[in-house]
Design a protein around this ligand. Structure first.
Ligand code: ADP
Ligand code: ADP
Length: 230
């Protein structure tokens, strides 16, 4: 279980036809597992890029990310996939649920073709209960509200007991009240499961409730502050 992530001189640029977009200019950050960190900043400031890099979905153009002092990105694709499976859960603004599968089946998808030392079906039911959807296990995404669909996505993200939850604008498609409830759920998971949460949001009111607030602008960290910490 990874307890410390360290980003050193992280840069990420994209080259096009004679153009170069700099998504991250130079980022230096450390994260500890128990933390609940909000990442805010205007659109295009590099928040999603940072999360993709930390989640090993993307590689930096320059710089290093270490996980408990190890450079995981140097591993083979298969090893990287295993690392993500063991350590990381992703949640997105678009819930990315498979429309023809029930809530229960959607939650089970990360375990497909994986060997795990527990009963998959029991575990899927357990996480759906944890997110408050025990009565909706057999519903299709189209039969669920936005908040409920995001809860299914959260259950899917935690089914394999990751040590880090990376959430990219998880409340971006939800109304304020539903967004707050999703925030509270992530906070609960952070406290009960002791997983680190990186929570990208546009909403300053939600960000203010985190333990730590990182503000990004134009590919750099503008500020890194202790939050109100509810
Ligand atoms: P944020 O999440 O803060 O909105 P992003 O990390 O998505 O910011 O994007 C940062 C910058 O990098 C933006 O200018 C964006 O257009 C650019 N960018 C992101 N992904 C790509 C890509 N795959 N190809 C080209 N440019 C990209
Ligand atoms: P939650 O509070 O579970 O996160 P919401 O606040 O989005 O979810 O929705 C509150 C309730 O309204 C839901 O539990 C559901 O019964 C109902 N609801 C809202 N939108 C829909 C929808 N598109 N389809 C079915 N039920 C809905």
């Amino acid at each position: 279980m990874i307890s410390r992530i360290e980003c050193t001189n992280l840069k990420r640029y994209y080259k096009g036809d004679g153009t170069k977009t700099i998504a991250l200019k130079n980022v230096n950050l450390r994260f500890q597992k128990g933390e609940f960190t909000a990442i805010i900043g205007p659109s295009g400031s590099g928040k999603s890029t940072l999360l993709s890099l930390i989640g090993t979905l993307d590689s930096p153009s320059e710089g290093v990310i270490t996980y408990d002092a190890e450079e995981i990105l140097k591993k083979s694709k298969g090893k990287l996939a295993d690392f993500r499976f063991q350590e990381i859960g992703f949640i997105f603004q678009q819930f990315h649920l498979l429309p023809t599968l029930t809530a229960l089946e959607n939650v089970l998808t990360p375990l497909f073709s994986r060997k795990v030392p527990y009963n998959k079906l029991e575990r899927a039911k357990e996480v759906l209960k944890q997110v408050g959807l025990q009565d909706k296990m057999n519903s299709l995404p189209s039969q669920l509200s936005g908040g409920q669909q995001q809860r299914v996505a959260i259950a899917r993200a935690i089914i394999h007991k990751p040590s880090w939850l990376l959430a990219d604008e998880p409340t971006g498609n939800l109304d304020t009240e539903t967004g707050e409830r999703i925030y509270e759920l992530l906070k609960e998971l952070n406290e009960q499961e002791e997983c680190g949460v990186l929570f990208v949001t546009h909403d300053p009111a939600l960000a203010a409730k985190a333990n730590r607030i990182i503000t990004m602008k134009d590919g750099v960290v503008l500020s890194d502050k202790v939050g109100i910490s509810i």
